[in-house]
Design a protein around this ligand. Structure first.
Ligand code: SF4
Length: 433
């Protein structure tokens, strides 16, 4: 397909998003001159509204890594990091980021990334986060502040957990932001940003839940990674973020009105033979090829857990402007990988039921223990509880060495044959029981 045709087939929202991202990276590149302070932080548990209320600009290293993966740059970065002693077992987001820094810290859109003025480590259960920022702290010799988010070991957050997070925000995170920005904490400015977050969150949830329709007007895994992009990264609590989600909602509404499916890499996906739920992050180095394998089989994803890694809004959470710091704590604790395994199983079972899916598939990525540990147990348990067939494929986030197209295609085809064979039989009985 020619580039012009591929561009023409793109959703308008993708084009808007591309421009938003490019502008953000350009603003980051100018930060050393404009003096806007730069805060590096992670997607799960990101405190974008708070960061921006101090006039700081967020940088999300995982987003840089996945963008580098999508743009074919991660292989060289990973090789570079491995040459410098980072083991093959290390999460490839980390190696991609370290390799990018070694190669001059040119971001995925081709502009230079500024050094951090602060590393803000919201710890939502991934030990790698700590090691990653230790390396960056050494490299940039800058301050690092730690927000410890308690894991939902018992499946809920207790009042004392919440108080513990609010205390850390007041006593550590806010003073650190005050120091680098030279501004006092302004709670009203934070509230205003949280009001904008709620608008975007409402529209995002509407978009994700549109997949309950037949045909689904969205792909809730491959398409949804674009849809969650702004809200999981630099744009939650911004007018641009609100405008993006309004435009996205209009776009999805018009497909719904016309009875159309989403636009997959090779074209519209209006014929939908299978409705699937997917657990686990996607592979980024072969993202379009991976998506097209599903589209070629007529398999649309109607719900996914990865699209909740930066917030589980579809279960009702919204940022609360009336309780600005408490709500940030709730947000951090509610990110998907901060849920325990029974909670993740419940979520998958609920998706299968609410979205009337034919089955579920796990993409187990080599890099990420936060996601992958326990996935085989999840597979067995969800199958047992729903009677629906589960499938298991393996790849990686941004290391192309772990993407075997033939292998994945084979497994996907056999899985869909199993769905076909079991359709209407045992699964329905189990669902009815
Ligand atoms: S191990 Fe998983 S959660 Fe942790 S940094 Fe890597 S991708 Fe992110």
């Amino acid at each position: 397909m020619s580039d012009a045709r591929a561009e023409a087939l793109k959703d308008q929202s993708m084009v808007i998003q591309k421009e938003m991202i490019a502008e953000h990276y350009e603003r980051l590149a100018r930060a050393p001159e404009t003096g806007e302070p730069v805060v590096y932080t992670f997607v799960p548990g990101n405190l974008t509204e708070l960061i921006r209320s101090f006039g700081c600009l967020p940088v999300l290293p995982e987003i840089n890594a996945l963008q580098s993966g999508m743009r074919g740059k991660s292989r060289d970065y990973i090789t570079e990091a491995e040459k410098h002693g980072h083991s093959e077992d290390v999460c490839t987001y980390v190696k991609c980021d370290i390799g990018m820094a070694m190669a001059g810290n040119i971001g995925p859109t081709g502009t230079k990334l500024p050094k951090p003025d602060l590393l803000l480590l919201s710890y939502t259960g991934c030990y790698t986060f700590m090691k990653w920022f230790e390396l960056l702290r050494e490299q940039y010799d800058c301050p690092c502040v730690f927000l410890h988010v308690p894991y939902q070991g018992d499946g809920r957050i207790e009042p004392e957990h919440r108080e513990y997070m609010v205390r850390q925000l007041r006593e550590q995170v806010i003073p650190a932001l005050e120091r680098i920005s030279g501004r006092r904490y302004d709670e009203e400015a934070l509230r205003e940003r949280l009001r904008l977050s709620v608008q975007a969150e409402d529209d995002l949830v509407w978009v994700l839940q549109s997949a309950r329709n037949r045909p689904s007007p969205i792909d809730a895994y491959f398409g949804a990674v674009y849809y969650v992009g702004p809200i999981f990264s630099a744009f939650r609590g911004t007018p641009e973020g609100v405008a993006y989600y309004q435009a996205l909602r209009r776009e999805v509404q018009s497909r719904l009105d016309a009875g159309l499916g989403p636009v997959a890499p090779a074209g519209p996906m209006n014929e939908q033979k299978y409705r699937l739920v997917v657990e686990g992050p996607p592979n980024w180095t072969h993202f379009r090829e991976f998506w097209q394998m599903f589209a070629d089989e007529g398999a649309v994803v109607v719900a996914s857990t990865y699209s909740k890694v930066g917030g589980t809004y579809d279960f009702g959470f919204r940022h609360d402007p009336d309780d600005p710091l408490g709500t940030l704590g709730d947000y951090c604790a509610g990110c998907y990988t901060n849920h325990n395994l029974p909670g993740r199983i419940d979520m998958l079972c609920q998706y299968l039921r609410d979205y009337d899916a034919d089955g579920f598939l796990i993409n187990s990525v080599k890099s990420c223990n936060s996601f992958s540990a326990g996935q085989l147990m999840i597979l067995r348990e969800v199958e047992k509880r729903t009677g629906l067939p589960g499938g298991f494929i393996e790849s990686d986030l941004v290391d192309p060495r772990y993407f075997s197209a033939a292998n994945i295609k084979n497994r996907l085809e056999s899985y869909l044959q199993m769905v076909e064979a079991r359709r209407g039989g045992g699964a329905r009985e189990a669902r009815a029981s």
